[in-house]
Structures are given as structure tokens and as C-alpha cells.
Design a protein around this ligand. Structure first.
Ligand code: SF4
Length: 248
């Protein structure tokens, strides 16, 4: 199983060399806020919402002092906006009061912030601080169970079992690759097995559509030729249009 798991990871690395977090962010605070907002909605929806949010409240101090109704109005499109607004104001106040207005780079500190669980903490650690972390979201859990890497349902137990299969250096990118695969091909209800590059390694092959033509029709995730949902990608973002000649 371990050998096959590592092979799947290697194959996915070739299929998704550009795997990355799909939330737009410019600093750890923005990533933390975007990740809290991403619960129960798409990264695209979050990316459409955060520019106005960060224009209104660029720092934890600003967000902690927000009028709740005004903040709720801005984040309403992401759903569960009252609870999310409470989390954002609460975590901003905690950053201001306990961490000098900075996002801490330790799991133990991050999970104490209101609305921040292990998943959010690992996203922030892995992508804003370069600390290896396995992010168990709905896609990750579903795929690793399909591949029989674990039978656990509890995200913390899943995280521990997968951590034992891979070296730390792989954790963050493995998380991105698996989520990329879950969003694009190995869907929850209709996995596109007939269009899946790792079908030969997958114990769950056949759970979804195996006819290649029909399977291909299930793939409609990428936006405008870009491999992902970021709307304000950094300049080195894979798939970003090449800068105009003479620029930079
Ligand atoms: S073969 Fe099917 S179930 Fe297995 S990873 Fe591919 S899409 Fe998912």
C-alpha cells in the first residue's frame, strides 16, 4: 500500500505540477481569513469576495474593529456569513491582543484562534510559513479512503495515518495534489474514472464513469485556461499569462 501510495503521489506530481492553494492571498492574515471563509463554499467565491473585504479591513486591527453588520454584508456571498463574521472579528481581536497583530506560525497558537481548526491552521502553516502540513478537507478524506490509504473518517486520524506514509517534505504539496485531483477528476458523486491518469493504480477504479468520452464530459473545472481558481495570482503563478514583452 505504501509503495502504491507513493507512486500515486509521484504520478499526481506529474499531472499537477502547478498544484497550489487556490485562495488568493498576499500575506498570512489574508490567507487565514480566506481559509475561514472557504468553509462550505468554493475558493472561487471566496476570491470574488476578499478584494472588497481586504480593501475595507486590511489589518487584524481594522477587522477587529469592524461593525459586524457591515462585515457580514461583504462576506454574505460565502454563506454562513453571521458565524464567519463572528470568527473573523474574534480571530482578528485575538491577533491584535495576543500576538501583536501578527499571525502566529505555530499550530498550537493558531488552533486557539476563534473559528480556526487544524485544517485551517495547516493551510496557513503550509502555505504562508513553509511549515509542512497535511490538510484534510472533504476532497482529501474522500480520495485517501478511495485509495485505501486509510479507513479513518476523523480528519485528525486521517492526518496521522497519511503522515506516517510520506516524508514531511511531501506533506504540503501532497495535500494540494490530492485536492486538485478531487476537484478536477475524482469527484464525490461522479468520479471521472475513464479520464483519470492514475486509474491503473486506483483500487476504486470503476466507482465512477469508465467510458472515456462520457468521463471527459465530467471535467469542467479549470477556468479560462488557467489551472485554478485564483483571480489575483502572483506573477510567478503557474499558468499566468506571460508578461508582455519588455516588462520586468
Ligand atoms: S480511478 Fe476513479 S476513483 Fe480512482 S482516483 Fe481515478 S477517478 Fe478517482
Amino acid at each position: 500500500m505504501v509503495r502504491r501510495a507513493r507512486r500515486i503521489n509521484r504520478e499526481l506530481a506529474e499531472v499537477y505540477p502547478y498544484a497550489h492553494p487556490e485562495l488568493d492571498f498576499r500575506n498570512p492574515f489574508e490567507l487565514l481569513v480566506a481559509t475561514v471563509l472557504s468553509a462550505q463554499t468554493t475558493d472561487l467565491r471566496v476570491n470574488q469576495t476578499t478584494p472588497a473585504l481586504f480593501a475595507a479591513y486590511p489589518t487584524p486591527e481594522d477587522m477587529a474593529a469592524a461593525v459586524p453588520e457591515k462585515l457580514e454584508e461583504i462576506i454574505r456571498p460565502t454563506g454562513f456569513f453571521r458565524a464567519k463574521a463572528r470568527s473573523l472579528i474574534g480571530l482578528s481581536a485575538a491577533l491584535r491582543d495576543d500576538f501583536g497583530g501578527e499571525v502566529p506560525g505555530r499550530l498550537a497558537d493558531l488552533v486557539k484562534l476563534p473559528g480556526v481548526g487544524r485544517k485551517t491552521a495547516n493551510v496557513v502553516l503550509g502555505n504562508a510559513f513553509g511549515v509542512p502540513g497535511i490538510t484534510v478537507d472533504t476532497h482529501f478524506g474522500r480520495l485517501v479512503r478511495r485509495w485505501k490509504w486509510t479507513e479513518q473518517e476523523d480528519p485528525e486520524k486521517v492526518e496521522a495515518e497519511i503522515a506516517a506514509i510520506f516524508p514531511k517534505s511531501e506533506w504540503t504539496m501532497l495535500s494540494h495534489r490530492v485536492v486538485f485531483h478531487g476537484r478536477r477528476i475524482c469527484h464525490s458523486r461522479k468520479p471521472a474514472c475513464g479520464a483519470c491518469p492514475i486509474a491503473g493504480l486506483c483500487p476504486a477504479y470503476g466507482e465512477g464513469e469508465t467510458d472515456p468520452e462520457k468521463a471527459k464530459k465530467l471535467l469542467k473545472y479549470e477556468m479560462g485556461g488557467r489551472p485554478g481558481q485564483r483571480l489575483s495570482p502572483p506573477p510567478d503563478y503557474p499558468g499566468s499569462p506571460a508578461p508582455p514583452l519588455g516588462a520586468g
